[in-house]
Ligand binder design. Structure first.
Ligand SMILES: Cc1ncc(COP(=O)(O)O)c(C=O)c1O
Length: 375
């Protein structure tokens, strides 16, 4: 008997086809103008993204990692400073802290949201703590009330990592508008994804924004005049033009992802052996990833079964950053951050994308059900 068609983990093709006429027109205009880097589309996109997010300033950069690095640099975080963050994230969050010469200090997470646990953050604040990097993981907003209070009480600089959470909200406000700065990624798989690399940095103060603009373009004050070592981290017109088109449809895309999450939640409620992600009471999850738990040591077998039956999944994240070889000199041991370490053995991300059909959702859930019986 033939197997039903595979379910893609993410479908970018349908949206590409829908956008193609506008996208091709935008490309033709860019080609005709001959302005490819930091042109009118970048400027317009910066204003539109800032307005969408409720941020005072937005600056387009080359990728999300650079957005975080430049945010930290512009806020004077560097050698000797400690920045508290989560080890349950993509490497770039901690890497950005290390790139500027500061030390990442890893705190444990909340078992439901997978985001930083404010109590664990509080326990790690020392006289050397200068910054806090909340990462809105999988699109789930962090508790910005609790983390904001901690940051205020200890005068910490807050740099939000919203690479996976463009469009997520906490208390009715978009994430990325809470901290001194926020960095996002437009990597193609993100909620707002480009057709290549790209990133954006949001901040409150005009002075910080001016520093970022200076740093992203080789620290140039005028053509061929440089007064600091900056970098080349510019957003290009081709990405900006596309991202403008996608930003105009973003609310629809977030609603589409949320509808899939709701459907999964309804179908998987009460299924033994699965813990579905709770929708946050105080905010709006953007579901860049739909990540659930399979406790009891069965996650890997379940994942294997799903893969064999044409349902691709992702394992975010297999190991906490505190235990990665690159951070061995920080001295963390297995057992130091138990909630993170347990999540690494139990989490599994299912396919989720706007426009995912009922049949695809049903297929994922029925194969997951089978997998749970067999695992
Ligand atoms: C949480 C998080 N932070 C930072 C980044 C880095 O973004 P980029 O790949 O655009 O440099 C990513 C990208 O995957 C991410 O998921």
């Amino acid at each position: 008997m033939s197997q039903p068609p595979s379910v893609p983990f993410l479908d970018l093709g349908t949206e590409f086809a829908e956008l193609a006429p506008q996208w091709h027109a935008a490309l033709a205009e860019i080609g005709a103008k001959g302005a490819f880097i930091l042109g009118p589309n970048v400027q317009a996109f910066e204003q539109e993204a800032a307005a969408y997010l409720g941020a005072d300033h937005a600056t387009g950069v080359a990728n999300g990692t650079d957005a975080l690095v430049l945010a930290l640099r512009a806020l004077d975080i560097g050698p000797g400073d400690e920045v508290i963050t989560t080890p349950f994230t993509f490497f770039a969050s901690a890497e950005a802290i290390s790139i500027v010469g500061a030390t990442p200090v890893f705190a444990d997470i909340d078992p439901d949201s997978f985001n930083l646990d404010p109590a664990s953050v509080a326990a790690r604040i020392t006289p050397r703590t200068r910054g806090l990097m909340p990462v809105h993981i999988f699109g789930h907003p962090c508790d910005m009330d609790a983390l904001g209070t901690l940051a205020c009480d200890h005068e910490l600089v807050v740099v939000e990592d919203l690479a996976q959470a463009f469009g997520a909200e906490w208390g009715g406000r978009k994430v990325g508008s809470f901290g001194h700065a926020g960095g996002t990624s437009f990597y193609p798989t993100k909620v707002l994804g480009g057709y290549g690399d790209g990133g954006m940095l949001f901040c409150r103060e005009a002075e910080v924004d001016a520093r970022v603009r200076h740093l992203r373009n080789h620290g140039a004050t005028a053509p061929f005049v440089h007064d600091v070592i900056g970098c080349n981290s510019r957003l290009d017109e081709v990405q900006a033009a596309l991202l403008r088109l996608k930003l105009a449809r973003l609310e629809e895309a977030v609603a589409g992802r949320r509808a899939v999450a709701t459907a999964y939640g309804e179908r998987l409620a009460g299924v033994e052996g699965v813990v579905t992600p709770p929708d946050p009471a105080g905010g709006r999850h953007a579901y860049n990833l739909y990540t659930l738990r399979i406790p009891g040591g069965r996650r890997d077998a379940v994942r294997k079964h799903l893969g064999e039956r044409g349902v691709p999944t992702s394992q975010c994240y297999p190991e906490g950053l505190h235990l990665q070889a690159v951070y061995a000199d920080l001295g963390y041991r297995a057992g130091d951050l138990p909630v993170v370490e347990q999540a690494c053995t139990e989490t599994l991300s299912l396919p989720v994308f706007p426009g995912m059909s009922e049949a695809q959702i049903e297929r994922v859930c029925s194969v997951l059900g089978e997998a749970l019986i067999q695992a």
